[in-house]
Write a protein of this length. Sequence first.
Length: 453
Amino acid sequence: MGTPPLAGESSRSVSEATHLRGEPRLPGDKSISHRALILAALAEGESLITGAGDGRDVASTATIVAALGATVERVSEDGLNVDYRVASPGADGLHEPLGILDCRNSGTSLRLCSGVLASLPFFSILDGDSSLRSRPVARIIEPLRLMGAELHARKSDALPPLVVIGRQKLHGIDYTTRVPSAQVKSAILLAGLRAEGPTTVREVVATRDHTERMLRARGVAVRREPESEAAGGSAAWTLDGGARLKQIDQHVPGDISAAAFWLVAAAIHPDSELTLRDVGVNPTRIAVISILGRMHARIAGDVFHSTRVLGGELTCDLSVASSDLEATDITPEEVAAAIDEIPILCLAATQARGKTTIRGAGELRNKESDRIAGVAAGLSALGARISVEGDNITIDGPTKLVGAPTQALDDHRLAMTFAVAGLIASGSTSIDRADSAAVSYPSFFTELERLQA
Ligand code: S3P
């Protein structure tokens, strides 16, 4: 990784926009892009991944799978998305990495790869930037140790760097995750692929199911109880060890978590109309749209009845226009299902009539920054009425925002939230460390300018 920019070097200013019109381009879904690279490395042969998000996080996973022995070629790129050709000897042919595996800012790279590495008989170290080094890894270490792998981390196994000494033969476990986390669930299932016996992961609140779908598409029998697909309720996932993954090509649909910034931008701006194409509307990812719908956002699209399948995932086009938003109550289950969208939903709440409450948002403290503190500080600086009590957030609206300096804390979702706020705040809003948007959305600021033309 290059030298990080000095504070202020990457700050951006956004001015109040007169209107928003057009079709912002979306990055390929970040969660699916990571998984496509990892699964391509576990299967023997060659595959093409088209439309992967070209953010820094996914690039970290590409570098890691290459360090393990897969050949990863960028066959085309457009500054937002990238097509990869991956050729792999298969899981049995992967080798011990020569150096430290640098996940940089990417928690998904660290968590998912640790599951894979736990089942490979060699030594590896996963590390990252200062943000990643402050994010918890005990949630990964505990189940992977129970499966027979050896893992160690800094601060009595709390924080990265993470050392993984994998085992050729893990044993399957039946494990209930302590926090709703698709990353933890995925790490266990990925380790379970090469374990003896079945591996079951139980979730009290179902989280995104891309790993399970993508494994099924590659020939692994993944069973779900109950069979219903939505996020929210509990779920148990089981797979048997020893399955060989089929190599397949993967197309990556547009990232709904990236789309959320434009859904809110258009809903809160008084003169706007935006269209988003091929947005992934996997049933475990659409809570953000249900919540915005409840807030009376004028979103149109086949979100709940889509039959258009792209790369094994439901997709649809969405259009959104200026809306008169109403406050809502967001439950802890909804927080889990819209975990990455809570910062931008907080901005939406500042423009909604009434008091919005968000309960049980504690997991946001474990993201790229403490997102509860970060979003409250940034939106307060713009004049929003937002208060935090324990893990609950309360926002009173509507409030006319006033441009001011904000701190993105090197967190891509905060940078994009404050930039969207700048579109409706009077005057100019500056965002310190705005370049962090490129972690998930490299062309975000280009799109933002284009919509105002
Ligand atoms: C992700 C799961 C979520 C999410 C992250 C991506 C994934 O993290 O916040 O951006 O791809 O599995 P947790 O599983 O830690 O909640």
